[in-house]
Design a protein around this ligand. Structure first.
Ligand SMILES: [Zn+2]
Ligand SMILES: [Zn+2]
Length: 349
């Protein structure tokens, strides 16, 4: 179980690197982001691999100011984001939106001081005011897994024959070692402005809708929707691969995605991975969630323990849409969470 959890957390920590290393050569060597234009003034800030940023940020450049969605995995990565923003605009950052409370999206919050408003769901504020380092939280688990993760990267680098692949692994070792230091200065900082349902910002001719569509990846997911540009930033409700289930409501998630579908968007900037166009991935993700919930429910009814259920759940039917699925078995942390939801233990969170 420990190994599976670690693999999952390694996945979260380096996913930005994995997704983006192919583009690194098009950037100046030190830049930590490339700003991919999605619509006029709207960018997806994607990691190049020189810094652990944890997750994507969306950047919305308005008439007089800038709104950023998600603050990255450390104060340092947030500072670098703000610095590198200068390559696309000299307007000041005025708003930060947290799509949810997870460390890879909110650890940079403390860098966004007044006059920046940090906006998020009331649940996100409650979580960030609580003990995010308590045992069992996704952040605490990721920190506990970090030394081993770095060791594994070192071993893979040492064993790698291909020079380019070895160089990439060496870079990941350096990046994760730096992250282990960078994360020490994190002081969880909650949103200063909260919403429960929705909120709309009007900045010049830009309309920015912040919407809580329902429980999904967490109890407080907020999507950022630009109706004129038909762009949506989804946080981890929808990512390029398989989203983490550890704080999710897998039974409610497909319905929330259905509400997302009702928004009139063309472009999706996900919490992790490359942006894409269209709504097909919503179908794939709903199908995955319904299947894993159904399988987990059946095993729960049969009183199969979560760790054993995680081995038995077979998601290989979805491997065409999610190439990381190579064999039966899923991350135990997601099954533990689904069991908690089934037994109503998740309600306290
Ligand atoms: Zn998340
Ligand atoms: Zn994330």
């Amino acid at each position: 179980m420990r190994t599976r959890l670690m693999l999952l957390l390694v996945g979260i920590a380096v996913s930005a690197l994995v997704f983006s290393h192919g583009h690194a050569q098009t950037q100046p060597s030190q830049a930590a982001h490339r700003f991919q234009p999605i619509a006029p003034g709207v960018y997806s800030a994607i990691a190049t691999g020189t810094l652990n940023v944890g997750s994507n940020s969306c950047v919305v450049v308005n008439q007089d100011d800038v709104l950023i969605v998600d603050s990255h995995i450390s104060p340092e990565s947030a500072r670098v984001l703000i610095r590198e923003l200068k390559s696309i605009t000299d307007k000041p950052v005025r708003f930060l939106v947290n799509t949810h409370f997870h460390f890879d999206h909110a650890n940079g919050n403390q860098v966004f001081t007044a006059p920046v408003d940090i906006i998020g769901h009331e649940f996100t504020r409650r979580k960030l005011l609580g003990d995010v380092l308590a045992k069992g939280t996704i952040f605490a688990e990721s920190l506990a897994a970090l030394p081993n993760q770095i060791e594994q990267l070192k071993q893979r680098a040492a064993a790698e024959q291909d020079a380019a692949a070895k160089a990439r692994l060496d870079q990941q070792v350096r990046v994760q070692q730096a992250y282990a230091d960078q994360v020490k200065e994190v002081k969880p900082t909650p949103p200063s402005v909260t919403l429960n349902d929705h909120m709309t910002l009007f900045r010049g001719d830009r309309e920015i809708r912040l919407i809580h569509l329902g429980r999904a990846h967490t109890a407080g997911d907020v999507v950022v929707f630009l109706p004129k540009e038909r762009v949506v930033c989804t946080g981890d409700m929808l990512v390029a691969g398989i989203s983490n289930l550890s704080d999710g409501y897998v039974n409610e998630w497909p319905d929330t995605v259905e509400k997302l579908r009702a928004l009139d968007f063309t472009d999706v900037i996900p919490g992790h991975g490359e942006p894409w166009k269209g709504k097909e991935k919503l179908d794939h993700w709903q199908a995955y969630l319904r299947d894993i919930w159904q399988q987990a429910s059946k095993l729960h009814d049969q009183k199969v323990p979560a760790a054993e259920a995680a081995k038995r759940i077979d998601m290989t039917a979805h491997k065409n849409h999610y190439p990381t699925i190579t064999a039966p078995g899923v991350a135990p942390i997601g099954v533990v969470r689904m069991y908690d939801v089934m037994e109503r233990r998740a309600e306290q969170n």
